[in-house]
Design a protein around this ligand. Structure first.
Ligand code: AP5
Ligand code: MG
Length: 217
């Protein structure tokens, strides 16, 4: 399956993607995680992305689209993928459509995670991620690690993302509403959008998502 996950910052895209990718045997591709890996490795791409991310703005399409396409071209993504955080504006969605068309394949669904803004703020405020791998995600109250400050998966140090400060989160939400939400209408016109509530326990949301994906797409 080829799936796009969409939803505001802190909706639980990364959290759900980990389970959905496993259930569906497809790789989880997060452009945010790819940027953070590049930043921690000190690559040129990471240097280009950092200032935009710290300010809560989108990294320019010239940088982002190439990186996403390179990742999708890897062998584990030949039969499908779960995109998390890409596309994030209409021009990225159009580029993705062109790339898929060139390979003679199509998206199966766009899973839209709906969460009220006050819940998003609580989820982001308590989020802790692993320094080794930012897809290892915890929450101080909702999904605490077994040992405070230590990743259950790999033992890495847990930290609060630099872009999770109150001001930057406000900016990221604004960017989501103005630049990312329009892709929902773009994909709705293609009949691909499945909207679910992302409220409730993590496993309940995963079940809701799996049912919705099986349902009609
Ligand atoms: P990115 O890393 O994609 O951030 P985001 O979209 O803002 O989303 P988040 O990762 O903040 O939230 P999430 O929905 O994954 O939530 P999570 O599962 O962690 O992007 C960061 C930046 O990179 C962007 O601002 C931009 O600068 C750049 N970028 C990335 N892609 C780009 C692109 N395509 N184009 C241009 N720039 C791009 O969950 C949040 C918390 O809630 C966690 O603590 C979790 O434990 C908890 N939680 C999850 N589910 C539940 C639940 N059901 N109940 C209780 N708690 C829960
Ligand atoms: Mg994420």
């Amino acid at each position: 399956m080829r799936i796009v996950l969409v939803g505001p910052p802190g909706a639980g895209k990364g959290t759900q993607a980990a389970f959905l990718a496993k259930n569906l045997s497809i790789p989880h591709i997060s452009t945010g995680d790819l940027f953070r890996a590049n930043i921690s490795q000190g690559t040129e791409l990471g240097k280009q992305a950092k200032a935009y991310m710290d300010a809560g703005n989108l990294v320019p399409d010239e940088v982002t689209i190439g990186m996403a396409k390179d990742r999708m071209a890897q062998s584990d993504a030949v039969n499908g993928f779960l995109l998390d955080g890409f596309p994030r504006n209409v021009s990225q969605a159009e580029s993705l459509d062109e790339a898929l068309k060139a390979d003679d394949v199509k998206l199966d669904a766009v899973l839209d995670l709906e969460v009220p803004e006050d819940e998003v703020v609580k989820r982001i405020a308590g989020r802790r991620v692993c320094r080794n791998e930012s897809s290892h995600v915890f929450h101080v109250t909702y999904s605490p690690p077994k040992r405070e400050g230590v990743c259950d998966v790999c033992g890495g140090e847990l930290y609060q993302r630099g872009d999770d400060s109150e001001d930057t989160v406000r900016k990221r939400l604004e960017v989501y509403h103005t630049q990312t939400e329009p892709i929902i209408d773009y994909y709705r016109a293609q009949g691909l959008v499945v909207t679910i509530s992302a409220l409730g326990k993590v496993d309940e949301v995963t079940k809701r998502a799996m049912d919705a994906l099986k349902g009609d797409k």
